[in-house]
Ligand binder design. Structure first.
Ligand SMILES: [Zn+2]
Ligand SMILES: [Zn+2]
Length: 327
């Protein structure tokens, strides 16, 4: 197999050749067909998340075909197409797992962070955390659903059912969730970097009723806002934009510091919450919903060996939608 490997945070990934790994009990090996690039991969590569298991192969929005099946795996067949998300393993016995909140497991493993991920031609996955994908849709178009879509979906559920929904940061996740929210009959208000008229036009094209800079006030108060951007300064801005009782959902795994703000922005039962990881049920729910919504992902394709370029382009905001690596 070939893989793009991170040896230390802050360094570029290196293309390496390795023997094809053999799946252990409960595991499968996939031939990777496509792997989308997530903001979280940037956080891993840039050293913004603690203790990555280096050397590590990043990547956690994996579409692949089952190539080998380890002992004790049932329900999957060689050749079947499956998706592998960020959540790679949970312990099953901690209080969170027992409460049905495995996204908060005390001893989890995450693909592309604490176990090897999909910036490669092959990957080993825990079979219980693989989602059958069926045959509809291309590998490249489905890959961004595995994190941008899934975490976006969990964030949307967390935001509640209000009509006016603000999305701060209109990248891979927002471009998917805007389509879901519109399909649900909601009004989407898209906030981008001030002056980013190209992304604002992209948001309107996907059905946003309004798009503007994050420094602007929406034309109507919002029932809820989801912050996908990694900018803590957006928290007080979003609180200012939501109506009484409104909720601000922070969807990212990492964010710059939130500046202090006057209590009156939180007053009147406004809430600030965060979303962490996903449960397998989130994945099943969202992947069943996606074909009904008819989600169309916008992707930019890179060969696997250009993973560093894809990461650099994501960091610089040089494309709309999602970057996808193909072996
Ligand atoms: Zn657990
Ligand atoms: Zn991700």
């Amino acid at each position: 197999m070939k893989a793009m490997v991170l040896h230390a945070p802050g360094q570029p990934l290196h293309m390496e050749e390795r023997p094809d790994p053999v799946p252990g009990p409960g595991e499968i090996r996939l031939r990777v067909e496509a792997c989308a690039v997530c903001r979280t991969d940037l956080h891993v590569v840039d050293g913004e998340l603690p203790d990555p298991h280096v050397p590590i192969i990043p990547g956690h929005e994996i579409v692949g075909r089952v190539a080998a099946i380890g002992p004790g795996v049932s329900g999957l067949q060689v050749g079947q197409r499956v998706g592998i998300p960020w959540l790679g393993h949970t312990c099953g016995v901690c209080p969170y797992c027992l409460e049905g909140r495995e996204n908060l497991c005390d001893r989890p493993l995450f693909n592309g962070y604490t176990r090897d991920g999909g910036f490669a031609t092959a990957v080993i996955a825990d079979a219980r955390y693989a989602f059958p994908l069926g045959e509809a849709g291309t590998d490249e178009s489905l890959a961004p659903l595995l994190c941008a879509g899934l975490i976006g979906w969990r964030s949307l559920v967390m935001a509640g059912e209000g009509q006016n929904l603000g999305l701060y940061g209109f990248g891979a996740a927002a471009h998917i969730i805007a389509q879901v929210a519109k399909w649900q009959g909601r009004s989407v208000f898209a906030f981008t970097r001030p002056g980013d008229v190209a992304t604002q036009a992209f948001a309107r094209q996907l059905g946003a009723v309004w798009a503007g800079g994050s420094d602007e006030a929406p034309p109507e108060p919002l029932h809820a806002a989801i912050i996908f951007a990694v900018v803590g300064d957006l928290v007080p801005l979003a609180l200012r934009a939501v109506r009484k009782g409104g909720r601000v959902v922070c969807a990212g795994i990492h964010m710059s510091d939130i500046p202090s703000f006057p209590y009156r922005l939180l007053w009147e039962e406004r809430q600030v919450v965060s979303v962490a990881n996903l449960t397998r049920q989130d994945g099943l729910d969202f992947l069943a919903l996606a074909p009904q919504v008819g989600i169309v992902t916008q992707t930019t394709r890179y060969p696997l060996r250009q993973a560093n370029q894809a990461l650099a382009d994501l960091r610089a905001g040089r494309f709309e939608g999602a970057a996808v690596l193909v072996p």
